[in-house]
Design a protein around this ligand. Structure first.
Ligand code: NIG
Ligand code: FE
Length: 423
């Protein structure tokens, strides 16, 4: 007997749609008023897309149970869109647990970096590692993110700082995207640090004259898919001028601009990003009022990273000021050897407690707005017809338990579903 649909999730106590009007992002009012159906069901087709979402009785009247390959009875449970993690550095070899001890003893992030540790330590290990080993560790990390509810994740290169290793990382990301259910948005971050022995000008020149042209060649030949370009715009790393040149060159190749800005010092990164039409800027712990206004006007998303501020004891990103100003606020885990966190539920919890976001704001930031920051909010980030059938079924009667129970997502997330398949 032929089945016309892949999955029915029925009778959920709450179905959190996030929004239902085709919105590409939400600002404060929309984030505070999420669209929720009490006692609802979701239908996913064999193409992996959502076919219907609505009150359980309506769906039951329209679809016969026998037309589904699988039916999940979600009585007493909640359904949410899969989470979107808008910022990670998940491809690397060599952990930095020893540096965590140094930082706990008082060393700052930049002190460790200047002493040759930090990103430089990871670069040394990642350059030496084979692609197969990097793919194995990346796959394990992505599987962990998936178990914590992430169904779309941004993945950066940036621990090579020269052509061969940057390409190796991007190819490993591409390979992981082909073999795992989780969706990936891939980012070239060759300007993550200035390689040892080079000046900023030399590093910028290498990116503009060697790395980006090769990337362009591979991309246009269809041999490599890259979505975004990133630069670490920071004092002692890439200054505003070199950041501008690299981001503009990436944009000219068709990449989305999505970069690290105003993290440790106010650099006017927000204004630069707004001027260049950046899709998103991450960190922003040190953003100025002018930067916030510029981002709100340009519709450049702010990807806030609560784990980094927490681990490095930085000032908290000004989420409330951004929300008041109308900025599109998104969230990311910033998973990297400095901030070893794969869990968006923990990230949302930290955003609520430390950055004073409400739970609905945090969920919108980790779904529709994170998808917008990756240029994917037409396919991801909410439960709407024709979007991807990516959803979480929570073993809880209210969706807020996902955030409230700190570190409890292993118990609460009953199913992670990607394109209608339980993964
Ligand atoms: O987003 N700030 C720069 N990049 C990363 C850290 C990367 C690392 O320390 O390895 C971040 O926090
Ligand atoms: Fe980062």
């Amino acid at each position: 007997m032929s089945r016309n649909y892949r999955l029915l999730v029925e009778n959920a106590k709450q179905v959190v749609l996030i929004c239902n009007n085709g919105e590409k992002f939400l600002t404060k009012m929309g984030m505070q008023n999420l669209c929720i159906i009490e006692n609802g069901s979701v239908v996913i087709g064999t193409d992996g897309l959502i076919k219907a979402v609505g009150p359980a009785e309506t769906i039951r009247a329209q679809y016969s149970e026998s037309s589904f390959e699988r039916v999940i009875d979600a009585t007493g449970m909640c359904v949410l869109p899969g989470l979107v993690d808008a910022h990670t550095h998940p491809v690397w070899a060599g952990d930095r647990v020893h540096e965590f001890a140094m930082k706990l003893a008082g060393a700052t992030y930049m002190e460790v970096h200047r002493a040759g540790g930090g990103i430089h330590f990871t670069v040394e290990h990642t350059r030496e590692a084979g692609a197969a080993a990097l793919l194995t560790s990346l796959s394990g990390r992505l599987a962990r993110m998936q178990r914590a509810g992430t169904t779309l994740v941004e993945c950066k290169s940036g621990y090579g700082l020269e052509l061969q290793t940057e390409l190796k990382m991007l190819q490993v990301i591409q390979e992981a995207g082909r073999s795992l259910p989780i969706a990936i948005s891939s980012t070239y971050c060759g300007a993550h640090a200035v390689p040892k022995g080079k000046t900023v000008a030399e590093a910028t020149e290498d990116i503009l004259r060697v790395q980006l042209p090769r990337l362009k060649e591979l991309m246009s030949g269809g041999r490599l898919r890259v979505d975004n370009i990133d630069v670490f715009c920071e004092r002692g790393v890439f200054d505003l001028g070199s950041t501008r040149a690299i981001l503009q060159a990436g944009k000219d190749m068709g990449l989305n601009i999505n970069f690290h800005g105003d993290e440790l010092h106010p650099m006017n990164s927000a204004q630069l990003g707004a001027e260049l039409g950046a899709l998103a800027i991450s960190h922003l712990e040190e953003v100025t009022d002018e930067g916030i206004t510029a981002m709100a006007e340009a519709k450049t998303a702010a990807v806030l990273l609560p784990t980094t501020a927490y681990i490095l004891r930085l000032p908290q990103p000004r989420a409330r000021d951004m929300l008041e100003a109308g900025v599109i606020v998104a969230l990311g885990s910033d998973f990297n050897p400095n901030a070893y966190c794969c869990s968006m539920p923990i990230v949302m919890h930290l955003a609520c407690v430390n950055m004073r976001m409400s739970m609905p704001e945090a969920l919108a930031a980790a779904t529709i707005n994170a998808a917008f920051a990756l240029g994917r909010s037409h396919t991801h980030g909410s439960l709407e017809v024709n979007k991807q059938g990516d959803l979480l079924v929570l073993n809880a009667a209210r969706w807020e338990h996902l955030i409230y129970q700190l570190g409890g997502h292993q118990e609460i997330i009953r199913y992670v579903i990607i394109r209608g398949n339980v993964v």
